[in-house]
Design a protein. Sequence first.
Length: 234
Amino acid sequence: MEIKQISEHIWSLKTWMIVPFHVWVVKEEDGVTLVDAGIGKMGKGILKFINGMDAGPLKRIVLTHGHPDHVGALKAILKENEVPVYVHKAEIPYMEGKKAYPGRKKPSANVTEHLVQPLMEDEAGNLNKIDSLEPYWTPGHAPGHVVYYHPEDGVLLAGDLFTSKNGKLYRPMPMFTYDMEEAVRSSRIVGELKPKRLEICHGKAVLNPADHLDQYIENTSNTYSIKEENVYKG
Ligand SMILES: [Zn+2]
Ligand SMILES: [Zn+2]
């Protein structure tokens, strides 16, 4: 596993299996938050890194979404650390196998029941900050996909909302994205937050992604015949 400190409070942990897989460890005042749980074989390395970093205990795990390659090491990690696991409420029925993910024929249980709990939100449906991270709901790749922003470091942990190509934003993997138009609409969060650095699960990071967001929206909209007014409405 390849480990890299990407900002003052955040480390990225990467492994390869045809494509790269990243998870992120965020240093908090009194412990650490793990963002995503990767594939099964990452479990040992994630635990070893967290135990060795001398930043206090693992406090919680937050997930960008519930696809199998983002929850694979949960079991191994939870066996040694009884911590809460949070995900957007819209994702729970799919990842627990109660409903088939949109575009999939059959449901599949990626986690056991009651293992994950919903991220807290206010009455307007805005997700509450969770320690140093601000979650934002960004559906399209998965119904409950969430990105996590670290305002102090200016880093956006964007999960599978994008891939990247030549240092720029690129569309999420079409085979696993049920609604490309919705995903493109969700990409506008980048323009609102203007992160210095955007991290991607299955690709390289993108620096100052807001600078090429319009180009991304235009290119992806053209490729997938998405009408521009559908991206900018609402
Ligand atoms: Zn995914
Ligand atoms: Zn993924």
